[in-house]
Design a protein around this ligand. Structure first.
Ligand code: SAH
Length: 448
């Protein structure tokens, strides 16, 4: 058995679901971060358990052919990117394998997998960032949490984010320092500015700046606004009030200080209103490919009713609405439902209905109403669907279920459960919406 401080040569042969490297010594798994499949390393054990060990690469004896030089200086300290040191084509292979492994290991399933769809952009593809703001020993940091901690490190120019975001963070840094604005401390729960939350609508160029504060008002905000107006595309400045002692980033209340409090993007030819509290896919160009795949799986005709559960601002259903007879969406966040209704209106759809509520409860009500959708779309958050919802969906008895998921573990679990309820997975397509990070999106088609 391995012991702490053991040192040996190790070949990396796989990745964990978080994107770290794994090798095996005498049948025991050794996890080593920032390595690549094919690396031969000198491994130093930093932690040994009975079934596995955690090692550190002291030296790369022979580098993997997958390796590239990470473009980002913060790669090792920031926990955001797991694959920045790996060629994109090999990252895609790793993600494809991750999806297959989860289906086999968690769902006991081996459905047909289509080739992974890569992201059109691998840099600066994100349209959303939430930067924690902290002060330690007098020094202001705005950026990201360091790996596995709540210590904030300056993000610098994060290569996943639009350049304007870096410029806006610098505007805040100067404004906070020049005006002696207090910043939040997790220890004392005192101080005003907690997070800077930015969104950009890539199709229109519009930018939203949202300041999350532990208070009611933002002092000296005219000076901030003067600078923000110099940023191309800046459209609105919003306050989000979060006075709770929690690490949930956003509070429930938003106040627009400048502009309308929202921005507008275009996704699959649909104009989409985006408010601070509404979910919106972080990679717009990737989302278009994902929704195209979902539409291909749904194969909509003009007689078809669609039920879009966990609909957010309605984007998936609305992208199919022009081809369908009707679209019904269900979503729990009231602001997202307001956006979904506004989206139906600005795009002039008359065949849509959006319901605010828990997906399980609403699906039960709709079942009792006697709806007969041909296709049900499921797009839950990471924890997946509630078991009773899957049962209700099977009782609604659609011909097809199109399941979109950002967490393949819960997708595989739910597909196994749907199998017992009479729905078989016909195909799964992984879609890489999150290049350089360990995350991957998938869309699965299930048929009754
Ligand atoms: N389909 C949308 C949103 C997917 S994200 C899109 O592609 O943009 C998942 C959504 O589920 C979020 O908007 C979240 O607010 C919503 N949600 C979370 N729990 C829910 C629940 N119990 N019932 C209904 N919606 C829920």
């Amino acid at each position: 058995m391995l012991k702490k401080n053991d040192e040996f040569n190790l070949k990396i042969t796989g990745y964990t679901s978080e994107g770290g490297g794994v090798g095996k010594l005498d049948g025991q798994a050794v996890f080593v971060e920032n390595t690549a499949i094919g690396d031969e390393i000198l491994c130093h054990v930093i932690k040994a358990k009975s079934t596995y060990a955690i090692g550190k690469a002291m030296k790369i004896i022979k580098p993997s052919k997958s390796r590239i030089e990470p473009e980002c200086e913060a790669f090792k300290s920031c926990g955001g990117c797991s694959f920045a040191h790996i060629k994109y084509e090999d990252e895609l292979k790793a993600k494809e394998q991750k999806v297959k492994d989860a289906f086999a290991r968690i769902g006991g399933l081996n459905p047909p997998f289509a080739q992974i769809v890569g992201s059109p952009e691998t840099r600066r593809y994100r349209n959303k960032a939430q930067y924690p703001v902290r002060r330690e020993n007098g020094i202001l940091s705005i950026g990201f949490y360091a790996k596995k901690s709540h210590r904030v490190i300056d993000g610098g120019d994060c290569l996943l984010q639009p350049v304007e975001f870096t410029e806006i963070v610098e505007i805040f840094r100067k404004w906070i320092n020049n005006n002696n604005i207090t910043v939040y401390s997790e220890g004392t729960s005192l101080g005003l500015v907690r997070h800077i939350y930015l969104r950009k609508a890539f199709a229109t160029g519009e930018i939203m700046v949202c300041v999350v504060i532990n208070g009611k008002a933002l002092p000296c905000y005219e000076a901030l606004l003067d600078e923000l107006k110099k940023i191309e595309g800046f459209k609105t400045l919003v306050l989000n009030i979060n006075r709770k002692n929690t690490n949930v980033v956003l509070g429930d209340e938003c106040v627009a200080l400048y502009g309308d409090g929202y921005i507008t993007d275009i996704l699959c030819d649909v104009r989409v209103k985006i408010s601070p509290l509404s979910f919106y896919q972080v990679n717009r160009d990737g989302a278009q490919l994902l929704y195209q795949k979902a539409a291909e799986y749904a194969d909509i005709n003009s007689d078809d009713d669609i039920l879009d559960l966990y609909c957010g601002t309605g984007t998936i259903g609305l992208s199919m609405a022009s081809k369908a007879k009707s679209v019904t969406g269900v979503e729990i966040i009231p602001e997202a439902i307001e956006d979904a209704n506004a989206n139906a209106e600005i795009n002039d759809f008359k065949n849509t209905r959006f319901i605010c509520g828990d997906a399980s409860t609403a699906a039960e009500l709709l079942k009792n109403e006697g709806i007969t959708p041909k296709t049900v779309i499921l797009d839950p958050p990471r924890k997946g669907c509630a078991e009773e919802l899957l049962k209700t969906v099977s009782e609604i008895n659609p011909e097809k279920i199109v399941y979109v998921s950002c967490d393949v573990a819960t997708l595989a679990r739910d597909c196994e459960r749907l199998g017992k309820l009479g729905y078989n997975v016909v195909e799964v397509t992984p879609v890489d919406m999150f290049p350089r990070t360990s995350h991957v999106e998938s869309v699965a088609l299930l048929i009754r």
